[in-house]
Write a protein that binds this ligand. Structure first.
Ligand code: FAD
Ligand code: DHB
Length: 393
């Protein structure tokens, strides 16, 4: 069996795996990224689109933010719309950047390959071994069976990956909540009908207006988890969006050709701890947030920032203290982001079993959040991203 060696073996070329490999490379630490899908698939997969200020700052500081700076759309607020009226939440000087996840993936893959980084696509049958020893290995097939020896394994293979499920039973505790709804998302070739994102609460359910560029809109509708996309012809989608986003203030939704549509389930999941021996889980492999807070991608980047710093310390000084604290450090942020994502989801969606009391309470919460300076500041602080306490990365 062909045999090779690296310092950090990374499973998965999503935002977590690629960013980790990039951060390690900048400090002279070698890694190999193994990805099961093709490069084209990774570069075209439509997913998230909102980058926190801290994510953007890190990308720029580490030299992968050039296109993001040119093409990203910087926003300084969002609108919460309910009872036919819009209410702006101002970010107070900070900002978010709209930049599609697959564009970021293209930038990261290019940066790694330009630096002669080892990122391998179309890899089959990845298995991880001996991560409870100081000599972990990753076995896989790329044509023939191969073995990669490493000092550490980073499980960045998303929620359906193999790393988390390889950890022996009894080690991890899973904390989980599923929601009785999903999101139907579309991409449309039409200029966004608003300069900023609109999160709408409506008796028929939640709707979100987002965008990808000055000519492409991204919109979402709350639907049931069992919904079949085949039952949603374009006109029905626009009709429902018009209804849920309606405004008494003369605003109009611009419609156009739908170029992509799909349904995404919603859940909150955290596994603890995020580490076992020399295996470190990062991003969706360790946690899932419902998309209402726009946090999944940002949280994945936050995890690998912590992991990169810990590995850099280990390789420069032999000290394992930051590695030992990896899970604890990440989970403090993870749970705050879980709380925010759950709160935004609960405030803005209709629940099948809610009653008129619950609906009045939701409206009161929206009224409070949009009229209290303290409450809107708290939403803004979480939405643009909680601060990092590290200055090293
Ligand atoms: P991923 O991006 O999932 O990357 C994991 C990688 O590992 C993938 O490339 C996968 O192919 C690879 N992999 C899996 N198994 C193996 C294996 N056995 N061997 C090798 N490689 C493997 N977040 C938002 O904030 N807003 C959104 O609108 C939004 N929309 C989403 C829509 C969808 C359909 C999905 C699935 C997620 C969405 N998210 C959204 C969440 C966000 O995209 C994720 O949080 C983010 O991608 C997490 O990054 P990651 O690197 O941890 O995982
Ligand atoms: C987008 C996705 C989100 O989950 C969100 O809260 C805001 C925007 C988007 O895809 O643009």
């Amino acid at each position: 069996m062909p045999f090779s060696r690296t310092q950090v073996g990374i499973v998965g070329a999503g935002p977590a795996g690629l960013m980790l490999s990039h951060l390690l490379h900048l400090q002279g630490i070698e890694s190999v990224v193994l990805e099961s899908r093709s490069r084209q698939h990774c570069e075209e997969r439509i997913r998230a689109g909102v980058l926190e200020q801290g994510t953007v700052d890190l990308l720029i500081k580490t030299g992968v933010g050039e296109r993001l700076k040119r093409e990203g759309l910087v926003h300084h607020g969002i609108e919460l719309r309910f009872a036919g009226r819009g209410h702006r939440i101002d970010f107070g000087g900070s900002g978010i950047t709209i930049y599609a996840q697959h564009e970021l993936i293209k930038d990261l893959i290019k940066a790694r390959l330009d630096a002669a980084g080892q990122v391998f696509f179309d890899i089959e049958d990845v298995t991880i071994h001996d991560f409870n020893t100081t000599n972990p290995t990753i076995r896989f097939r790329k044509g023939d069976a191969q073995e990669l020896a490493c000092d550490f394994i980073a499980g960045c293979d998303g929620y359906h990956g193999i790393c988390r499920s390889t950890i022996p039973e009894g080690v991890l505790t899973t904390y989980e909540r599923t929601y009785p709804f999903a999101w139907l998302g579309i991409l449309a070739e039409v200029p966004p009908s608003s300069d900023e994102l609109i999160y709408a609460y409506h008796p028929r359910g939640f709707a979100l207006l987002s965008m990808r560029s000055p000519t492409v809109s991204r919109l979402y509708l709350q639907c049931t988890p069992e919904e079949n996309i085949a039952n949603w012809p374009d006109e029905k989608i626009w009709q429902e969006l018009r209804t849920r986003l309606e405004s008494d203030e003369g605003w109009k939704l611009t419609e156009g050709p739908i170029i992509q549509k799909g349904i995404t389930g919603m859940r909150s999941v955290v596994v603890e701890p995020m580490q076992h021996g020399r295996l470190f889980l990062a991003g969706d492999a360790a946690h899932i947030v419902p998309p209402t807070g726009a946090k999944g991608l940002n949280l994945a980047v936050a995890d690998v920032r912590v992991l990169a710093r810990a590995l850099i310390k280990f390789y420069s000084s032999g000290q394992t203290s930051l590695l030992d604290d990896y899970s604890k450090t990440c989970l403090r942020r993870v749970w705050k982001v879980q709380r925010f994502s759950w709160w935004m989801t609960s405030m803005l969606h209709r629940f099948a079993d809610d009653n008129p009391f619950d609906q009045r309470r939701q409206l009161a919460e929206l009224d409070y959040v949009t009229s209290s300076r303290a409450a809107s500041k708290s939403l803004a602080e979480n939405y643009v991203g909680l601060p990092f306490d590290d200055s090293a990365l």
